[in-house]
Write a protein that binds this ligand. Structure first.
Ligand code: FE2
Length: 434
């Protein structure tokens, strides 16, 4: 007896009429026609979900977030200039006012939003430059509390610079010892290019020694000469960390000389560097010193993908010192990434959907992610027929499943018209051309 049988689902790769069989929290079978009328081989199930030909996908994954700052917008004031640097200064003003309870409460509220949106795995940076490690303790507690329904992976993030901020390296090591998962960094915030490069070396060596993954804020700058990504890739190769290191933001690549980038990309590919672009944040933060034309400031996503790298889109911030909007909707993130990178071909739009699902799952090294037998029975039923339509509509998450159990549901989006001679109900799903 199955626990759950999903029938008549469309998958992200275009397969239609697919059934997904679930037992004990895992997917046991996936095949076309499973559970459809006339399929005598389908085992009985306690619960049957008719997906009505709509899209069922693995859950959304956010590869880059700041859970310790989220939902703090307006505390103690808002970011007037809209720049990264004022955001960091503002976070510095907020830090002494924080309590572990308030951080945990806001983080738990954000996790509720995430689950409602089908976002079931988040990699969050946590600032380790506060010697009290208040946020670290709070988020380790939150991680435990949300574990039944959301995978929260934590990065030890020295916001004020691991070399620049006194005691930061010791605090970072303490945070890792307490249970934080990943080694973070911020080389472009160190005082000189040289100390930025030194910070990359020190942090990669620490990760190699401790067997940890690395995810650094790297070159979040419009300065084309901010080239710490080169050091990050070279250190990755030198220490044998290929496939275990991620560079987040990499916005300086937008402004770099093309010849230099042609030399950089193969090095990054050799390091199998993961890349996270944060389109909502960088389209608002970057280019603030430009008059016109204003640079977009997002890293070179299509070129990185063409070079064979895994590229994810992160949300980065929601209602905090750096960003005043957001609602845990990774389709909003995918849509902005698609626009900023001009990824408008059919294949590229599908890559934008992958950038908020399978690509970040790979960067986080998530176990059992996907819609194949043996994977965790975690998935989202969307009010859309395919991934492109899901992005276009920021599709309603009709139901969200975790380990085979329904953890959230939202009524289908619809609108009623009061127009003479026109149908009363509006359906935004596309019909023409299939
Ligand atoms: Fe960030």
């Amino acid at each position: 007896m199955l626990d759950l049988l999903v029938r008549n689902a469309t998958l992200a790769d275009g397969q239609r009429g697919v059934g997904i069989a679930v037992k004990d929290g895992r997917i046991v079978e996936v095949r076309e026609g499973l559970g459809l009328a006339g399929d005598s081989a389908a085992p009985p199930a306690h619960e049957v979900l008719d997906a009505e030909g709509l899209l069922v996908t693995p859950p959304f994954v956010d590869a880059h977030f700041h859970m310790d700052a989220t939902l703090s917008y307006g505390l103690p004031r808002v970011n007037a200039s809209g720049t990264l640097l004022e955001g960091i200064a503002l976070w510095g003003e907020l830090k002494p006012l924080l309590t572990a309870e308030a951080i945990a409460e806001r983080a738990l509220a954000y996790c509720d939003w995430a689950v409602a949106r089908g976002l079931l795995a988040i990699r969050s940076h946590v600032d380790v430059c506060d010697p009290r490690l208040l946020a670290v303790q709070a988020l380790l507690d939150v991680k435990k509390r949300v574990a039944p329904y959301l995978d929260l992976q934590l990065v030890a993030f020295p916001q004020d610079g691991v070399l620049r901020s006194p005691g930061a390296i010791e605090n970072l090591k303490r945070a890792l010892a307490m249970g934080v998962d990943v080694v973070g960094g911020i080389p472009h915030f160190e005082r000189t290019m040289q100390s930025g490069a030194e910070s990359v070396r020190v942090l990669c060596e620490l990760a190699a020694e401790l067997g940890r993954l690395v995810d650094m804020h790297c070159d979040e700058s419009d300065d084309p000469l901010s080239r710490h990504v080169e050091t990050l890739a070279a250190e990755t190769v030198r220490l044998g960390l290929q496939g275990r290191v991620t560079g987040s933001h990499l916005t300086s690549m937008h402004s770099m000389d093309n010849y230099y980038v042609s030399k950089l990309l193969p090095l990054m590919a050799e390091a199998r560097l993961g890349v996270v672009a944060n389109p909502l944040i960088n389209i608002t933060l970057q280019g603030r010193h430009d008059t016109y034309p204003k640079r977009r400031g997002m890293t070179r996503v299509p070129e990185l993908l063409a070079a064979g790298m895994t590229v994810a889109f992160g949300h980065d911030c929601v209602l905090d010192p750096w960003y005043s909007l957001g609602s845990a909707d990774m389709l909003d993130v995918a849509s902005m990434g698609l626009h900023v990178a001009q990824m408008t071909s059919q294949a590229a739009m599908r890559q934008c959907f992958d950038a908020v699902t399978v690509a970040p799952a790979r960067l986080l090294h998530l176990e059992g992610y996907g819609l194949e037998p043996g994977c965790h029975a975690d998935f989202v039923w969307l009010q859309a027929r395919d991934p492109i339509e899901a992005i276009r509509l920021r599709a309603t998450r009709l139901a969200v499943y975790r380990r085979g159990k329904r953890v959230a549901e939202t009524p289908p989006a619809t609108a009623a018209l009061s127009l003479p001679g026109r149908p009363g109900r509006v359906d935004f799903l596309q019909r023409a051309g299939g």
